[in-house]
Design a protein around this ligand. Structure first.
Ligand code: NAD
Length: 389
């Protein structure tokens, strides 16, 4: 029988369950490109419930306990006395979400001799030291595509919000004002701008598709060039690297995984090479940009805005400079954790567990590391290394 440790974000401050704004979520038929939705044999929650927080338990408890397994759920993940560190020592499986990551470092892996499977309930397994997982033959799996569209929608929202100066304008009315001059002094139309994505994978491509109707000029860079038919359909300009793209765009939206090739990519030199008054949206990973270079560029006006939902570490310290930098539109790490996304990544987590516990193969597209090497989506999108740790 297996012991499964699951690290989830805390319940809402007002208690659990919340009073839901809606009664249902739409039923989605499938993902673009033909990948099938999660297909667990059973589901013990109603899609639309808050299953990503501690009391939601990803809807896994009855399934696991009925089969004789042990489930420990906690949000206490930092420091040697944390519940995570205590429980990991004899765990077979660790489940974690990128929004409240259980950083699975080489040291933690060394202290977890039974650990065989690390599941990311979501997308992005950079909180796992992939080299250490490879060396120990730990399988790393994530629920590929589960929240890609959620993030794409968020990135489009943040792009519009920055360019149109939405958040400060809202702040004026919330504070009782009617300051049209102050609100519009930094507001522009997106139409006609050059907008580029760093990486045109599932999320980056969905962002391009959603932005195409806005009458913008679209750019992208990726390790793998998209088919000509897609480039022509969306009117895309391909750039061989981020440097070429950054200087050609007014807005850059980052959608690459964090790995050694992308860590620190947007440093002071790259940001300085952009057009004055550019915007950066980053819903990928914080360490792809240089934290302090972003703050300095916002202060100097080199960047007109920076928005995103990814930080390092998570949660960030109370005095993290992105909380107070001018013209920032930061939120906690929420873009991929909507109730709609949770329904999919919780179902996908159960699908992965069902397969692994029964000794069946995990879907190839869910794999990041397997059999001691990068596998599945991991082999396509990552390079092994110590990024983020
Ligand atoms: P994906 O695997 O479909 O796409 C990743 C793309 O990045 C691939 O096309 C790959 O070729 C490209 N790439 C990798 N290294 C590159 C490099 N050095 N230069 C250019 N391109 C490179 O993944 P996805 O579903 O689109 O997700 C992308 C990332 O977004 C995830 O790895 C994760 O870090 C992040 N993400 C964030 C959230 C959130 O809630 N904020 C949710 C999901 C995913």
């Amino acid at each position: 029988m297996a012991k499964i440790v699951c690290v989830l974000f805390p319940d809402p401050a007002d208690g659990y369950p919340p009073r839901y704004a809606r009664d249902t979520i739409p039923v989605i038929d499938g993902y673009a490109g033909g990948q099938a939705l999660p297909r667990p044999e059973g589901l013990d929650f109603s899609p639309g419930e808050l299953v990503g927080s501690v009391s939601g338990e990803l809807g896994l408890r009855s399934f696991l306990e009925e089969h004789g397994h042990t489930l420990v759920v906690t949000s206490d993940k930092e420091g040697p006395d944390s519940v995570l560190d205590r429980e990991l020592s004899d765990a077979d499986v660790l489940i974690s979400q990128p929004f409240w990551p259980a950083y699975l470092t080489a040291e933690r892996i060394a202290r977890a001799p039974k650990l065989k499977l690390a599941i990311t309930a979501g997308i992005g397994s950079d909180h796992v030291d992939l080299n250490a997982a490879i060396a120990r033959d730990i399988t790393v799996a994530e629920v590929t595509y589960s929240n890609s569209i959620s993030v794409a929608e968020h990135a489009v929202m943040l792009t519009l919000s920055l360019v149109r100066n939405y958040l400060p304008s809202h702040q004026w009315v919330a504070e009782g004002g009617w300051n049209i001059g102050d609100s519009v002094a930094r507001a522009y139309d997106l139409e006609g701008m050059d907008v580029g994505v760093i990486a045109a994978g599932r999320i980056g491509q969905a962002v391009l598709r959603r932005l195409a109707p806005f009458g913008v000029k679209l750019h992208y860079t990726d390790k793998r060039r998209l088919p000509v038919a897609i480039e022509e359909e969306l009117g895309l300009t391909f750039h061989p690297d981020a440097r070429s793209l950054a200087r050609a765009c007014d807005v850059v939206s980052i959608h690459a995984p964090l790995h050694p090739e992308t860590e620190g990519l947007f440093d002071d030199a790259l940001i300085s090479s952009m057009r004055r008054g550019s915007y950066i949206v980053n819903c990928a990973r914080a360490q792809i940009v240089d934290r302090d270079a972003v703050v300095q560029a916002l202060q100097s006006g080199q960047l007109a805005g920076y928005a995103g939902d990814v930080w390092y570490p998570q949660p960030p310290e109370a005095d993290h400079p992105w909380r107070t930098a001018p013209h920032n539109g930061m939120t906690p790490h929420v873009s991929g954790a909507s109730l709609s996304a949770q329904a999919r990544y919780a179902a996908g987590t159960r699908e992965i567990l069902e397969a692994w516990l029964a000794g069946r193969p995990i879907r190839d597209e869910y794999l990041i590391v397997d059999g001691g090497h990068l596998a599945g989506t991991g082999a396509v999108s990552y390079t092994a290394g110590g990024a983020g740790h």
